[in-house]
Design a protein around this ligand. Structure first.
Ligand code: ATP
Ligand code: MG
Ligand code: MG
Length: 352
């Protein structure tokens, strides 16, 4: 049998490993945390940092194809892997997504609009840029941010508020984005096969609190035109990157229905977890199919649904949820619960 190598052993790596197993593949996970969520489901794990040369050699030697569960793996590690065995999605996708500056430049270059942006590397540059943006904007670390970490929102900002902002966000390179007056947020989960075929799931509507995804509704409350525009944008990204695998693309939807891309994730995405409950082929299976050169799966949505993340102690609700009809519960097996940590999710099917 073939073996799928997975870099990263969090909940996404775990769910990828489960999907791979269902299709008859063995999995090997590279992840420094021996107690990671994927440890419970993978055939084997290499416990080492993602950029450990020996570990990467071991991973590629054992794998027929390698993928990753998150976009922040060191680019050198990706290159080392890609030099020895097929790595999907391609390194170009990682490069586009790792830095919010290159990401937005890439999106604009393919004709997809984003918020206005400018890189700022000091409080002085921030103050000037904010003035230009009409005193509001979202300041973000260019790299490594997730769940809204490493961000600060400015509304009618004064110079007193900008003082110290650069140091507060770690003194690293930052990007200031215009504050988008969005009506709602949506995402598209799409996939491209090695033969260039493409599929997309119905766009999902995402509600965030404190920068963290709380709830995903499908179908999104958007027009057919907006849905098509978002799927077309995702397809455009896939083609441009000569992509293989699943991608998640987040958009803001403006009052007039126009879409503005926020960010892309070259991997399976939290806002696609509902697909395991409402589609014959989940985003996880879809990704494994794509990278293994199998036919892509059906993306038809069989029911309306909403997915909720279980953060921190919310996982205690799982037993109660399991007793409910039309609810699909998924827990990640994390040893330790912390406030706002993603411990699991559930999808409620809404059957008219
Ligand atoms: P993720 O966990 O999705 O990777 P992240 O940390 O990369 O999140 P973003 O998606 O950039 O962060 O931002 C988190 C949320 O903050 C967005 O979903 C949106 O609600 C809000 N937000 C981000 N950028 C802007 C913006 N330019 N204008 C308005 N709201 C924004
Ligand atoms: Mg992100
Ligand atoms: Mg996001």
């Amino acid at each position: 049998g073939k073996t799928v190598g997975i870099i990263g052993g969090g909940q996404l790596g775990r769910m990828l490993a489960m999907a791979a197993a269902r299709l008859g593949f063995r999995t090997i996970v590279l992840e420094p945390d021996a107690e990671c969520p994927a440890a419970q489901v993978t055939n084997s794990q290499i416990v080492a940092p993602y950029n450990d040369a020996e570990a990467l050699e071991q991973l590629t030697a054992a794998s027929d194809v390698v993928t990753y569960e998150f976009e922040n793996i060191p680019i050198q590690a990706a290159r080392a892997v890609a030099g020895r065995v097929a790595l999907f999605p391609p390194t170009e996708a990682l490069e586009a997504a790792q830095d919010r500056l290159t990401e937005k430049i890439f999106l604009n270059s393919t004709g997809i609009s984003t918020a206005r942006f400018v890189s700022v590397d000091s409080d002085e540059a921030l103050a000037l840029a904010l003035k230009d943006f009409g005193s509001s904007g979202v300041l973000k670390t260019r790299r490594m941010g997730y769940d809204g970490k490493g961000q600060r929102v400015f509304r009618n900002a004064t110079s007193r508020e900008t003082a110290g902002a650069h140091a507060e966000l770690g003194g690293v390179p930052l990007l200031l984005e215009s504050l988008m007056p969005f009506e709602r947020e949506i995402s598209v989960i799409a996939a491209r096969g090695a033969d260039g075929s493409m599929v997309a799931y119905d766009p999902a509507e995402n509600e965030h609190r404190g920068g963290i995804l709380r709830r995903t509704l499908v179908p999104a409350r958007i027009s057919a035109r907006t849905a098509r525009d978002a799927q077309d944008a995702a397809f455009q990204i896939l083609r441009t990157l000569d992509y293989v695998g699943v991608i998640g693309v987040e958009f803001f939807v403006l009052e007039d229905g126009a879409i503005v891309a926020n960010e892309l994730a070259p991997r399976v995405h939290n806002s696609g977890h509902w697909t395991e409950a409402a589609c014959a082929c989940s985003q996880f299976e879809q990704h494994i199919r794509a990278i293994a050169g199998l036919p892509l799966g059906d993306t038809t949505r069989l029911a309306d649904c909403e997915m909720h993340n279980l953060l921190g102690d919310e996982q205690d609700k799982a037993a109660q949820l399991l007793a409910e009809k039309d609810v699909v519960v998924h827990l990640y097996g994390k040893a330790e619960s912390r406030p706002d940590r993603k411990m699991g999710h559930f999808t409620r099917l809404i059957r008219g």
